[in-house]
Structure formats: C-alpha cells, structure tokens
Design a protein. Sequence first.
Length: 383
Amino acid sequence: MNLHQTRVEEVYNFLDNNDILLGFRKLLDCVTDTQNMLIYQKAIELTDWKETHPNEIVELIKRSKELLNDVKQQKVVETSREIPVLNARDICKTYGFSKFALGPVSVQINKGQVYGLVGENGNGKTTLLRILAKEISYNQGTLDFNFNIKANSDYDLRTKLIYIPQRTERWYGSLKDNLKFVLANYGTKPEEIETRVLLMIARLGLWKYKHLQWNELSSGYKMRFELARTLLRKPEILLLDEPLANLDVLAQQVILEDLKAIANSVNNPIALILSSQQLFEVEKMSDKVIFLKNGRYKENAEQEILEATDLIIELDTKATREQLQEVFAELGLQKMIFNGGIYVVYFDSKTEFHDVIFTLGKSKTPLTYIRNISTSTRRFFMN
Ligand SMILES: Nc1ncnc2c1ncn2[C@@H]1O[C@H](COP(=O)(O)OP(=O)(O)OP(=O)(O)O)[C@@H](O)[C@H]1O
C-alpha cells in the first residue's frame, strides 16, 4: 500500500467508527493531496453543507465516504523524503555583550518529520529557530538546505523556508481576501485561486471566520490564519515559534494533530520544527524532541532512554510528603521533590510503574494526576 492509500484507509477507519471530528479533517488532507480542482470543489461543497447541517452526522459520514471513494481513485504523486532537507552542524551563536551562548547544536530533519523544541524561558529556542530560518547570523557551524529545486535567491528561499514568529503582524481586509492575495502573488492560475483558498480555509477550521477581519479573530484563529497563509505557499520547511501559546488545552491538541497530518502530506511533505512550553503535548506527537538547556542541546536519544533505568513519576495529590514517604517506603523510594503542587518521585530500577499505582490505590491515597516521566524530557527540567 502506498502512502496515499494508507492515508485514505485511515480516513475510512475514522468514518466507520463514527469519529467524524478528526476523520473529516483527515479527509480534507487526502483531498488536498489530489491537487484535483473538481475534488476540491466537492470538498468545499461538503464543508458548506456540514456547517449548515451540524446535527446530521449520519448523512455527513455517508457523504464523506462518497467523497473519499472519489479521492481513492486519484493518483497522487509521492514526493521523496529520504534526504534531509535541513542540515545544521555545530551551530554556535553569541549576541554581542550578552552572556548567553547557543551551541554547538546540530539538527538534521527530513520532510514529513516533526521536531519539538523545548526548554525553559531564555534557553535559546527562538535564537535557534531564527538561525535555522536564516533570519539571524551565527558565529560558527554550517547550515545547508536540500530543496526540490535549488533556491537561487532570497525570495526563493523565503517560499521554501518559512518562519512564523510568536507575534505576528496585523493585517487588513477579510481573512479570505488576504489568502487570495497570497496565491495571486505566487502565480497560481486565476481560476484556481478561490478553490484553493476555500479548501485551505475548510482544512484549517476557518470556515465560519472567512469574512472576518484581524481584530475580530481570537489569537488561536489568528495563528490558524498564519498557518493557512503559509501553507498556501507550499513550504518545504516550516519553523514555528510557540504556535500553542494562547490556546486552550483542547485547541493545542487539535492544532498539533493538524500540523502533524499536514506535515505528512504525500505530495508536499513538510519538515516542521516547533518550539513550545507544552512539553507533554509536543512530546506525544514529535518524531524527536530537542531540549535546550543554557543554549546546549540535550538529546532525548534512544540510548539515553535505555540508560535511564530509574523510575521517575510525577504526581498531583493532596497527601503530605510524610504520607507519601510512608506509602512508598516498601518501593525503593530514592528521592522526592515537591515543586509547589506536584511531586516528582524517583524510585530504583526494580520498581515498576504499575507497582506504584497499585500501592497508591491500596493505601487510598487521593490522586488527581500521575504520569511516568522516566523517558520524558520532563526529567531534564528538574536538574
Ligand atoms: N538580540 C539580542 N541581543 C542580545 N541578547 C539576546 C537577543 N535576543 C535574545 N537574546 C538573549 O538570548 C537568550 C536566549 O533567548 P531566546 O529568545 O532565544 O530564548 P527562548 O528559549 O526562546 O526564550 P522564551 O521561551 O522566553 O521565548 C536570552 O538570554 C536573551 O536575553
């Protein structure tokens, strides 16, 4: 099965399980890959119907499957993603008289991959992203790109390599007109502009907002607009600085899932690096997590995971430190750190996570949250 078929089958699976929320967005991903304007039109009509018939789920699933049957028949050209599209080696950077120093940092990423960039405030995430985006210079190291077609000018580079900063600029006019303007500037066939823009609006969940202006959109939707504007330019590398800031937890998960699916496009896969403070959410969906501490790169590599034999858990409980110590006494407890609300507890390598849960249950310890962070970059934040 090729990648297009795999993605189509995944959508059938969602629809067969009546899981229309994510299923419909994944359907639009498959539609986008066809690059067929007739299919795009059908998807736009279906989106419009969906918005005006919000309660007709059974009919929506039926219509979605009909569209998916059409999508399945399409031949989709697969873009190679074997060679790294970005290759940064031993990058170092200092800012004039500032004490901060970044690096050496090496990053290599292929199209279709998603990397998360995490670290405490001021550890160099924005600096690294801006270097990779060629927005600022670096003192040492090399930075190479491998685009489909060689970028001959700065303008070429800016269409292939796009950086979205934390704070984006204000724009004027309607959301839809702004998106149409992007395509008009990129030499898209005039008769395709409206269709391509409407499909992008549908895919990024902006249908209800397409006639709104900048000051009428919440910050989450402003970010979605920025993504729509960027994706219309078909970038090969996308660097996002804190795209999850200002989003509620549910919206964070939705946008991450969307970003991953979009990066995994069959004919326009994107290498995506995003910085975030939302460690667990990012960790869950990233192919790799880059953890920056004082400008140094701490890789959460496989090797390191294998070596991390101790069990480390994080838990939120109303129990006191003394009560927890008593509960865990028989479990090879090594140390416990309380950081105002949450305990991080270290056990020796013989203790299993299920032992901890069992012991907490047996002692009826009140618990609102527990997580095994033994292999998570979360543990780096502790030292
Ligand atoms: N233009 C600049 N001139 C001098 N120092 C700078 C400049 N930009 C950033 N720095 C310093 O570099 C360090 C890293 O900043 P950077 O913004 O890259 O970190 P960050 O991890 O993105 O932080 P945050 O999560 O707060 O956005 C900080 O100490 C900052 O003060």
